[in-house]
Design a protein around this ligand. Structure first.
Ligand SMILES: Cc1ncc(COP(=O)(O)O)c(C=O)c1O
Length: 410
C-alpha cells in the first residue's frame, strides 16, 4: 500500500492550516464606515484612511513617509519615475522574482538588466550587480525574497560607490529588519504589495516608503494625475491615476492593527522550523543571516536536492506536500522563462528597442534556473500561524515525501 497521500496514503495534516486573510467584525465595521461616509475613492489624495495607513505603516517600518497606491508593481514604476529614471537608463534586477520587478522598470521606460542570484539566499548577487554596471545604470532593485533579505550592506555600498539609487522590492518583507532598520528604509524607496497573498493585505494595494520628503511629494503627485503636492510648487508632474480607494485603505488600517502580533507569531514558529528542517535528508536550508534582526516569514523558501527526492523536481514535491495537507508552492520561474520580454508579445517600445538584450533565449542565470526549475519549495505563510504542531507537521510531511519519494515517479 502507498504511504504518500498523493498515492492514496493517509495525509499528515488533513485539517490543513488557518485561512488567510484573518478578519472579523472590526474589518466589517471599517468598511461599513467608509460606505456610509460616501467617500469611497482615493480623491482628494490621500483619503483619510489612506493617510492614516501611510503614516502608521511608515512609522512601523521606520520610514519618514508612506505613499499608498493601487498595487506593488506601480509602486516601483512610480519610484523610478520620481527618481527621474526613464528612457535610456538601466536598472539592475534579480533573475529570481515575480515578473513585476522587471515589468516596472520597462513601464518607467528604462531597461531592466537582469543578473543572477546567490545560491545561499536566492537574492540578488552583489558581485554580479557590480559587474553589470554601465554608464547608463541608474538604480538597483534588490528583492527581499520570501523570508530572506538581499545583502543590503553590499547593495548599499555598491550604490554609494557608483552613485546609484536603490529601490527595495519588499513585496514579501513587511516587518522584516536588516540590522534593526526596516525593510524598505535602507534604499531611496521601499516598495510593498498589499495584494491578496501578501501578509499585510487589503486584497489589492501597494505602498512606497521613503525618508526623503521631496521624493514622497513627487510620488504622491505621480499617482494623483500629476497634481502638485506642495502649495509652493505650481507645476504638474507627469502622472496618472494610481490612487487606492478608501474601502481598501480602511482594510489596511485594520490589518495593520493585527500585523505586529502576526509577525511575532510567524517569527517564533519560523525559528522553530529552522531548528527542525535541517534534519531532513535532501533538504538545503538557505543561509540564516544574523543581520536580519526581525523576521516575518512571508512564506518559507528552501531547496530540495531532486536526486535525494527520487529524481522528482520541486513541482512534484509540492504536489505531494499539498496532498499531505501542507500549504506549499513552487512560485517564480527564472526571468529567462518569463514571456514578458518577448517583443512579439509585449510590444513595449523598450522591448522592441532592446530586443537583443531582452531575448530570453540569450539569457543565462544558472542559479535562478536551478532554483525555479527544480529546487525551490515555498511553504505557505499559514504554516507559521498554526503553533509548534503546525511546524512539526510540515517537517514530518517533507521527511515523509523524501523517504517515500520513489512513489512520486511514474
Ligand atoms: C516580489 C514581488 N514584487 C512585486 C509584486 C507585485 O505586487 P502586486 O501584485 O501588488 O502588483 C509581487 C506580487 O505578487 C511580488 O511577489
Amino acid at each position: 500500500m502507498a504511504e504518500l497521500a498523493i498515492r492514496g496514503g493517509t495525509p499528515v495534516r488533513p485539517q490543513g492550516y488557518p485561512s488567510w486573510p484573518v478578519h472579523d467584525e472590526r474589518d466589517v465595521r471599517a468598511v461599513v464606515r467608509v460606505v456610509e461616509s460616501g467617500n469611497w475613492g482615493g480623491f482628494p489624495e490621500p483619503g483619510p484612511n489612506a493617510a492614516e495607513f501611510e503614516s502608521r505603516f511608515a512609522e512601523y517600518q521606520g520610514a519618514a513617509h508612506g505613499v499608498l497606491m493601487g498595487n506593488g508593481t506601480i509602486t516601483m514604476e512610480v519610484a523610478l519615475k520620481a527618481l527621474g529614471i526613464g528612457w535610456g537608463d538601466e536598472v539592475i534586477v534579480p533573475a529570481l522574482t515575480f515578473a513585476a520587478t522587471a515589468y516596472a522598470v520597462i513601464a518607467a521606460g528604462a531597461l531592466p538588466v537582469i543578473v543572477d542570484v546567490t545560491r545561499d539566499t536566492w537574492t540578488i548577487d552583489p558581485g554580479q550587480v557590480e559587474a553589470a554596471i554601465t554608464s547608463n545604470t541608474r538604480a538597483i532593485i534588490p528583492v527581499h525574497l520570501a523570508h530572506q533579505m538581499a545583502d543590503m550592506d553590499a547593495i548599499a555600498s555598491i550604490a554609494a560607490r557608483h552613485g546609484l539609487a536603490v529601490v527595495e522590492d519588499c513585496a514579501h518583507a513587511p516587518g522584516q529588519r536588516w540590522r534593526d532598520r526596516g525593510a524598505g528604509c535602507i534604499g531611496e524607496f521601499g516598495s510593498f504589495s498589499h495584494q491578496s497573498s501578501k501578509i499585510l493585505t487589503a486584497g489589492e494595494g501597494g505602498s512606497l516608503l521613503t525618508g526623503d520628503e521631496q521624493l514622497a511629494r513627487r510620488a504622491h503627485s505621480i499617482i494623483d494625475c500629476g497634481r502638485p503636492k506642495d502649495p509652493a510648487e505650481r507645476e504638474y508632474t507627469f502622472g496618472a491615476n494610481y490612487r487606492l480607494g478608501e474601502l481598501h485603505a480602511a482594510l489596511l488600517v485594520t490589518q495593520l492593527d493585527r500585523f505586529p502580533q502576526q509577525q511575532a507569531e510567524r517569527a517564533e514558529n519560523g525559528a522553530y522550523l529552522e531548528e527542525l528542517l535541517p534534519t531532513v535528508p535532501g533538504v538545503r536550508v538557505l543561509a540564516h543571516s544574523d543581520r536580519i534582526t526581525r523576521w516575518s516569514f512571508y512564506r518559507y523558501l528552501f531547496a530540495i536536492d531532486p536526486d535525494q527526492f527520487g529524481g522528482a523536481a520541486n513541482e512534484r514535491v509540492v504536489e505531494a506536500l499539498e496532498a499531505e495537507g501542507i500549504a506549499a508552492e513552487v512560485q517564480y520561474p527564472p526571468m529567462s522563462r518569463y514571456d514578458l520580454f518577448q517583443p512579439s508579445l509585449s510590444r513595449l517600445p523598450v522591448c522592441v528597442a532592446y530586443a537583443d538584450r531582452l531575448d530570453p533565449a540569450k539569457m543565462s542565470f544558472p542559479v535562478a534556473e536551478a532554483a525555479g526549475g527544480s529546487e525551490s519549495v515555498y511553504l505557505g505563510e499559514n504554516v507559521f500561524r498554526a503553533g509548534r504542531e503546525g511546524i512539526e507537521h510540515a517537517v514530518e510531511a517533507i521527511a515523509k515525501v523524501q523517504k517515500n519519494a520513489h512513489e512520486l515517479m511514474g
